[in-house]
Design a protein around this ligand. Structure first.
Ligand code: FE
Length: 228
């Protein structure tokens, strides 16, 4: 069996949120699929170890934010590389509430759903939540972030916010070395910099401030290695 075959399955990228009593939590997930139209239903897969799983089981409800391609890496880091057991993931985040009082991300989100769990399926490491939609709204037009596109941004092969540039114009001979995060695979490309964190294009890895961290997972500079 070649596990790389699985890389050919395509996914979107979402933030799944839920609540338990008065607390909110949420996480990044790629496995959301529509099941039926009548009733409008979806299936969501969540790791059993995650706090969001516990919250969904408690409230029996969840919300889904559909991320656009311009969704900031800092928010993916916040929701995907931290645990709600250690931080309040919503602190400082631009979010709004669904009619049912669940949070969804208001920034760079194309659409959101609110759903009620009607069935739960035990799937080894994960729980599958079969849900009926209770609310569905489009926030803005745009291209949804796919899991593949996210991986491209992380590896630096598609600088974010420059989707419309002709592919040939993007490829330039770089004199400065690229560095790879050994924790998450993010590639620091001096040609791009880290605009989200005020690092202009043209900044070499060595010139990054000592307290600069990986924009995706938060690892320090010492976790980076020169790309081969
Ligand atoms: Fe990283």
């Amino acid at each position: 069996m070649n596990p790389e075959a699985l890389y050919n399955i395509s996914y979107g990228l979402y933030i799944i949120t839920s609540k338990k009593e008065n607390a909110f939590n949420g996480q990044v997930a790629n496995s959301v699929m529509q099941i039926s139209n009548e009733p409008a239903s979806i299936l969501v897969s969540i790791n059993k170890k995650n706090l969001t799983n516990e919250f969904i089981k408690s409230s029996r409800r969840l919300a889904i934010s559909v991320l656009g391609q311009d969704f900031p890496l800092s928010l993916i880091r916040r929701f995907g590389f931290n645990s709600g057991r250690e931080i309040d993931k919503f602190e400082g985040v631009n979010y709004k509430l669904t009619d049912g009082g669940l949070p969804y991300i208001a920034e760079s989100t194309l659409a959101y759903f609110e759903a009620a769990v009607v069935n739960e399926i035990d799937a080894w490491t994960h729980d599958l939540f079969l849900c009926k939609l209770t609310e569905a709204e489009v926030i803005k037009e745009g291209l949804p972030m796919t899991y593949a596109y996210y991986q491209q941004i992380k590896r630096g092969s598609t600088p974010q916010h420059s989707v419309s540039i002709e592919p040939n114009l993007k490829i330039k001979e770089s004199k400065m070395d690229r560095y790879v995060c050994s924790v998450c695979g993010y590639v620091y490309d001096p040609e791009v910099g880290d605009p989200e964190n005020q690092i202009p294009a043209g900044t070499s890895f060595k010139d990054l401030p000592d307290d600069w961290v990986c924009p995706v997972c938060g690892a320090g500079k010492d976790k980076f290695e020169k790309e081969n």
